[in-house]
Design a protein around this ligand. Structure first.
Ligand SMILES: Nc1nc2c(ncn2[C@@H]2O[C@H](COP(=O)(O)OP(=O)(O)O[C@H]3O[C@H](CO)[C@@H](O)[C@H](O)[C@@H]3O)[C@@H](O)[C@H]2O)c(=O)[nH]1
Length: 246
């Protein structure tokens, strides 16, 4: 089967969302050639078993099961490497990124954008009803990315985990040390932007949904801040490396 669109998602304990997620993506992509690649981190709540069954019954679904917790960034990297579609679309599997917004992202790639970012901060977008703490955390992370990593300014929502890109763009995630530690997954977009500074980046508004089921895995606090700054520093180095190659 020649695959045009590869949807890539990472999962960790998403048993309450996974079926709705896969059904939702299949619903909006009906009639197109696509695959859904789910990279699961050895979930203990039944997600792993559900995915194994679904992959047996459903030719659209490809599952990569990690032997232990690799983290979101490394999981998404594995999924993107496996993708066979001309267009790769990365999203969460917890329904906070609405499958109904997928066609908008895909159509902008078809129209000529290289990278399309689902943004909470442009027309048609909203960060939903997140609490004040989560909003401050998010805004702080975005501010730091924009301040320290120039390529992140190509989008209004550099922490977005909902984006599509042409697979023939550079996405070799060359800076290997980035993957040595547990991670904060949002950065995968920062890496792709840093590697493709001359790409045409388009933002498309979407409404970040409240989590209806299951729990967020985000860990905040000073260790998060330290790790995040370390990751931004790695992306800065990566950006510098690619500056002369484009
Ligand atoms: N494989 C794997 N998947 C994970 C892990 N942690 C989370 N995930 C999966 O990644 C998706 C998002 O996880 P959440 O825990 O709900 O993310 P969040 O903290 O709410 O972060 C959201 O906001 C960021 C921007 O502020 C987004 O960048 C991110 O994609 C996500 O939407 C879900 O599908 C979840 O199962 C992990 O360690 N390993």
């Amino acid at each position: 089967m020649s695959v045009q669109i590869s949807v890539v998602a990472a999962t960790l304990n998403e048993i309450d969302n996974i079926e709705q997620f896969i059904d939702g993506v299949e619903g909006v992509l009906k009639g197109m050639e696509f695959e859904i690649i789910v990279v699961d981190d050895n979930s203990s709540d039944g997600t792993k078993e559900y995915l194994a069954r679904r992959m047996n019954e459903d030719t659209h679904v490809v599952v990569i099961e990690n032997p232990y917790r690799f983290g979101m960034l490394r999981s998404l990297k594995l999924g993107i490497e496996k993708a066979g579609g001309e267009i790769v679309l990365v999203m969460d599997a917890d329904m906070q990124h609405p499958p109904s917004a997928i066609p908008k992202l895909i159509s902008r790639i078809v129209d000529g954008c290289d990278i399309v970012v689902g943004s909470r901060y442009v027309d048609g977008g909203s960060a939903g009803d997140r609490d004040a703490f989560r909003a401050a955390l998010s805004r702080g992370a975005e501010f730091l990315a924009h301040a320290l990593v120039p390529s992140s300014r190509m989008t209004s929502d550099p922490m977005s985990g909902f984006f599509a890109f042409r697979r023939d763009l550079r996405h070799d995630f060359a800076y290997r040390q980035t993957f040595a530690t547990a991670d904060y997954g949002a950065k995968i977009l920062l890496i792709i932007l840093a590697e493709n500074r001359h790409a045409k980046v388009c933002d498309v508004g979407y409404v970040f949904q409240s989590r209806m089921r299951g729990k967020s895995k985000i860990v905040s606090g000073t260790s998060f801040l330290k790790r995040y700054l370390a990751e931004l520093f790695e992306v800065m180095k990566l950006e510098r490396r690619y500056r002369h190659m484009q």
